[in-house]
Design a protein around this ligand. Sequence first.
Ligand SMILES: NC(=O)NCCC(=O)O
Ligand SMILES: [Zn+2]
Ligand SMILES: [Zn+2]
Length: 489
Amino acid sequence: MSRTRSIVIKGGTIVAADRSYEADVLIEGETIAAIGENLTGDSVLDASGAYVMPGGIDPHTHLEMPFMGTTAAETWESGTFAALSGGTTMVVDFVIPDSENLIGALDAWEARASRQASADYSFHMCVTGWSEPIFEAMEAVVARGVNSFKHFMAYKGALMVDDDQMFASFQRCAALGALPLVHAENGDIVAALQQKYLNEGIRGPEAHAYSRPPEVEGEAVNRAIMIADAAGVPVYIVHVSCEPAHEAIRRARQKGMRVYGEPLVQHLTLDEAVYQHPDWDHAAQRVMSPPFRDKRHQDSLWAGLSAGSLQVVATDHCAFSTAQKRMGLSDFTRIPNGTGGLEDRLPVLWTSGVETGRLTPNEFVAVTSTNIARILNLYPRKGAIQPGADADIVVLDPKAGKTIRASTQKSIIDYNVFEGVEVRGLPRFTLSRGEVVYCAGRNEAPRPGRGRFIPRPAFAPAHRALSTWKALVAPRAVSRDPARMPIGV
Ligand SMILES: NC(=O)NCCC(=O)O
Ligand SMILES: [Zn+2]
Ligand SMILES: [Zn+2]
């Protein structure tokens, strides 16, 4: 019988969310077998001078997403290769059903992913309406290992749900032990502002930002949090871009509410000046919702990450080609919304976060991997360097650097929103379930289809705690002595 081959990662500093220490990591097969000194194995990966971290988890991607009359050009094959080469070993993508057939949509996403993905993956299911079949299907979705449901408060006339639909779906999430996610922008106000700028003849990408001011996001985040509280369920706000949104999350968490906030690496580092760029393509390539903001909002997001009021840094990787962006040449509302970042999230965050002292290396691991593994009930299989965990590991070299260029990226998109940015903190090796899937200096793509669907059970610990508490404090009928009741009614 053949013995499982082992690998030892030697000479590095293990950086976990809670501490850093020097040790070797022994991998047998797909999992971590031991952590200690002087470990031996069949082969050795040299991590001297480098950090050994849990592989990044990007909980917000839209690979090959059908959206705004086209389909995001980044495929599962190119997107997951890009992810691995940037140190991200797992993505969580959004299934968008175009009918009440949630399971059919899940099957379609799974078919694309299982054929092409080289990184592990999981899914969130989108709830884009409300009906008895959707209510029923949500249970079947959870049984398939998908424990999170996304709701869009924007994209009126397309994906947007109203408050009553969202409340009904949140209640269903509470009962099923699932986590609701929310794209929080007031879709009615956005639609009205879009019309106003079109009427005024402001038709370029700059109007995209004008029509989605921070207040529109702040209002929606407050509303989503209140609706979640009324439904008795935790809530996760995606792509938090500004202080009013962060403020709502911060305030709720101070009251003990179980609310999570996810800024994107793009919102932390790129600003709204891009929409004023004289080159139309440059501005349109950066159109996403919510739009990039000014420095005041970026400072708020950074503060939230170090203070703990924001927990996760994602990308919302939803990448369209320049040709696709030009669908909105004469009308900004037709520019497909979305930007890329999967390949660049870790190096950009390392450079702008850890190298500047805004994040410690341990906080970096927390916001790129461990926190989301906990929130999505994947921990410690993912998001941890410990015996028994999947050997999803990035050996990050803090001295290795590059200038980001679309011409050299793994992503198949013809531009990069971080073009020209100098970064350090590049992967020397990326391992996915014990296999070296990326090695700096070698341009070998991993095998498409090697990635695996990772099921996520319902009732994460925070969900269980909140439902216990809500049951304890739920309104109850007062039991009265009949002698103290009025007679004759
Ligand atoms: N964010 C964005 O502009 N596009 C992707 C879809 C979404 O998350 O709203
Ligand atoms: Zn969104
Ligand atoms: Zn998104």
